[in-house]
Design a protein around this ligand. Structure first.
Ligand code: FAD
Length: 376
């Protein structure tokens, strides 16, 4: 499915591989233990230009397409799923502004995406799956909108400087607004103490009488659901890439250990029981890779990809949890130790059964899409 990379794309992927191995992977365990990314890591990521690989040249970006953007996310995830998810949260939010922002908003905001991280806030204490449970409001005031409410569990929450937020503009009506961290009334709450992705900042945002002008509305009034769903579709492709990266990480670790560790005078890789697990992990990785590459091909070639993106994340997340669990079993006692990365690989993958839409909601979406095909 993957097309041949251009020379520029090959250079980007080579740079990403070197950067990941030297600047990200060495901090993977420290992030899992500290529940934070190390000082300087994000600044260096920004300096190196990762935030704008997918941004059009008009806005100062490198203008790479969705296929290579996803491949970059996959490669970063091989070193740290946490850092890959920080990029995913940024890319999908920048894409929402690119797709739905007014020309004035895009001209003002997108050039800033090189240095300032973006995020997308839908979830509230009343629930993430049910859009109509959202209680944040936007009320028309003059030539703008007054926003009130709070968001929880937002990827890059607290780190990001620009937030797309879903708010009610009517009893049954949702719209998306762009809010800057420096606007009066924007505050940040606690960081989540999640069991995985502990190097990804995920936090709360409070909005108290935050005023934004009309240009800070994405799309039209009442299009919040459409914009949110589109952001989920784009995010799920990148999450598929993260899952491919996590299973590759698990495979690399498992193969290495199966060759090193001995039992009965030979490497444990010679045991059929271990070989079976290695084969299962390799298969999970191959399927995860094929799934996300297929979706990204659909996107790059202008075809519909909503159902396929849901399949990539719904299937890929469980397959990755199982693959990392198999890898843990190969490491056995060491695998069960927090001094080794297998435990956090499982919980990193586990997050993707929840973030960007739960597997239950995705299965419903997949089934409805199939039922609609039958009805056509
Ligand atoms: C690492 C991480 C990063 C996240 N990043 C973001 C972010 O950047 N932005 C953001 O807005 N949110 C983010 N979230 C929140 C995430 O989107 C929500 O956790 C998710 O949508 C589920 O919402 P909930 O936790 O409130 O569970 P609920 O919606 O309360 O669901 C509880 C259970 O009921 C099931 N359920 C609910 N409704 C349905 C339905 N209609 N059909 C079938 N089953 C259903 C769910 O599948 C789940 O099992 C993140 C979460 C995590 C873990």
């Amino acid at each position: 499915m993957q097309r041949k990379w251009t020379e520029a794309e090959q250079m980007l992927l080579r740079m990403t591989a070197t950067y990941t191995d030297q600047e990200i992977a060495p901090y993977d365990m420290a992030m899992a233990n500290a529940n934070h990314y190390p000082d300087g890591l994000i600044e260096k990521l920004i300096e190196t230009g990762f935030l704008t690989i997918m941004l059009p040249k008009t806005y100062g970006g490198a203008d790479f397409g969705p296929e290579v953007t996803a491949a970059v996310v996959e490669r970063v995830a091989q070193g740290s799923a946490s850092v890959a998810v920080t990029l995913e949260g940024h890319y999908k939010s920048v894409e929402a502004v690119m797709r739905f922002g007014t020309p004035a908003l895009k001209a003002a905001l997108l050039p800033q995406a090189a240095k300032r991280i973006f995020a997308f806030g839908m979830t509230e204490p009343t629930g993430g799956s049910n859009h109509l449970g959202i209680q944040s409001t936007a009320v028309k005031q003059g030539d703008g909108w007054l926003l009130n409410g709070n968001k929880i569990m937002i990827t890059n929450g607290g780190l990001a400087e620009v937030y797309c937020v879903l708010a009610k503009t009517g009893e049954q009506e949702l719209s998306v607004f762009v809010v800057d961290k420096d606007m009066p009334g924007v505050q940040f709450g606690k960081q989540e103490n999640f069991i995985g992705l502990r190097g990804t900042p995920v936090g709360e945002i409070f909005m108290t009488d935050v005023w934004v002008d009309d240009d800070h509305l994405l799309g039209k009034i009442g299009e919040g659901r459409i914009i949110g769903d589109q952001a989920h579709d784009d995010a799920r492709i990148l999450m598929g890439a993260v899952l491919s990266g996590i299973t590759q990480h698990a495979l690399t670790l498992a193969v290495q250990y199966a060759n090193e560790r001995t039992a009965l005078g030979a490497p444990i890789g010679q045991l059929q029981a271990i070989q079976r697990k290695l084969a299962d992990i390799a298969t999970a990785h191959e399927i995860n890779k094929l799934l996300y590459e297929h979706v990204v091909y659909l996107k790059a070639s202008g075809q519909s990809y909503t159902e396929e993106a849901a399949i990539a994340k719904a299937h890929g997340s469980r397959a990755a949890v199982k693959a990392c669990d198999d890898a843990l079993q190969i490491y056995a006692g060491y695998g069960y130790s927090r001094d080794f990365p297998l435990a956090h690989l499982i919980t990193d993958a586990r997050a993707l059964e929840i973030a960007e839409g739960t597997v239950e909601k995705m299965r419903t979406a997949i089934a409805l899409s199939e039922l609609a095909k039958e009805a056509d």
